[in-house]
Design a protein around this ligand. Sequence first.
Ligand code: AMP
Ligand code: MG
Length: 401
Amino acid sequence: MESLSSAQHRLVAQMPRIADFEWVPVREAAGRYLAVDVVAEQDVPSAPVSLFDGYALHAPAAVDWVADVAGTTFAGEPAGQLPNQQVVWRIFTGAPLPVGANAVVAQESTVSAEQGQIVLKEAMKPGAGVRPQGADSQRGARVLAAGHRLDAAALALLTSVGRASVPVVRRPRVAVFTTGDELVEPGQPLPPGKIYDANHPLLSVSLARLGAEVVDLGVLPDDLAAIKSALIEQAGRVDLLLTSGGVSVGDADLVRAAVSELGSIDAWRVFLKPGKPLAYGRVGQTPFIGLPGNPVSTFVTFQLFVRPALRAIQGADAGLDSPVIRLPLATDYVAGDRPEFIRVRRVLSPSGETALEIFPNQNSGLLSSLAWADGVALVPPDQRLSAGSPVDYFPFDGWFS
Ligand code: AMP
Ligand code: MG
């Protein structure tokens, strides 16, 4: 069996990259991936500016120096000019330094003297109190590289260098279908032996949260011909074919059979619980990922494999990082023989420390456990963990970022 990180790296390495890009306004680019490097077209700031409200001057200047105030510059005004080095210039945060000045003394480090004069209460060195030209971004230098995921900070930076729109990778299109003769769509009556198709919202909402365009193929029966025709129809039109169910080794596990007849398939045995059966393949040039059908397994394997795959498809510069926090378990846990993601939620102990409460039944069919949890914890195999043992915690919040 293969380790989780090896399987993740192998999957990410096999994902084709989307070559198409589109220009979108910066305000609409959140969550998208930069298609090309962005270079600053001018220095930011474009001139030396004051770090605070105070007085611009020519340093060095000694303590107790008494100087006339020769003029004033507010933020947003053009720079003034020091008439000589014996005077200071009233200046406000963000305003450009007057020509001839090289430092700013904070207002609090001065006292007013005679009309229009101040006294320095601090010795000044050149450069003090000044944000130099180009301190944030330099003209001609790369501010963000292709593959950078555009979050609020990145969009603020792009705006600061004058970009109003940016080239981003086209959104990935993902065809999704769930499989199983037992599945019934919500809103329909439930005949004996059937269950509602819970994986559908699990997958389509998770995909939408990651910025993918979902091509929804509904529920397919356990029927080889029907599964094959859905796959053939979408291959070449989408960037990823995604299914749930039908990938273990039971008689009705026809998704694997369909993909292998149409293209190539590789059944992965990941050393992990849940997530041992996972199918990866291709139909033509289109990658295929087959997730297990048990809803908790579907969800966890989606986050562990589909999320990094979608990032890779969009040319992301960082593939596998999951936010991990080390937190102690609130109760004992006896681990199984594989690394296991268990459903947990954060609780405050009486002493005010955060610990992880464990859902009492870790069966991977229980959606109630997933809704109860606010994350999962990775428990190493073959261990008897006592309350207080630290484990890696993966908050669901982070999984959706
Ligand atoms: P499978 O991987 O097809 O063998 O399915 C494993 C288990 O997950 C079975 O109990 C299925 O009934 C259940 N299951 C499969 N697909 C779904 C779905 N879309 N919604 C809810 N449960 C499902
Ligand atoms: Mg099935």
